[in-house]
Design a protein. Structure first.
Length: 111
């Protein structure tokens, strides 16, 4: 992912490309000082079918061109799978004061 992309922009792109409601967790690790992402994100989809569709649609795509990085997206499955497992792994991030750096977790309030 290009350094200037933030998590809200990634969520907007996910929704605009037909994946609204099909993911329940997004974490985009970022530098605490610069707030720039580290070039990757973790997205948990609510079904295997949604994950396969996302892989087919986004892998190799250049949807975030225009910055210093003009590389195709390279998608691969994460070691940690499932909402509960991701929430356990990233639970300490909920203590981060800057809400822009916290993982997105889908609930009834942001559905």
């Amino acid at each position: 992912l290009p350094p200037g992309l933030d998590q809200p922009a990634l969520l907007n792109e996910l929704n605009a490309s037909g994946f609204a409601g099909l993911y329940d967790f997004v974490s985009m690790p970022s530098c605490f000082r610069s707030l720039e992402n580290k070039g990757y994100a973790f997205i948990n989809f609510v079904s295997e079918e949604a994950a396969r569709r996302f892989q087919g649609s986004w892998h190799g795509d250049r949807r975030f061109v225009g910055g210093a990085v003009d590389l195709p997206l390279n998608l691969s499955p994460a070691r940690v799978q499932g909402l509960a497992a991701n929430m356990r792994k990233w639970s300490r991030m909920c203590r981060v004061r800057n809400v822009k750096l916290r993982p997105f977790i889908q609930d009834d309030n942001n559905a």
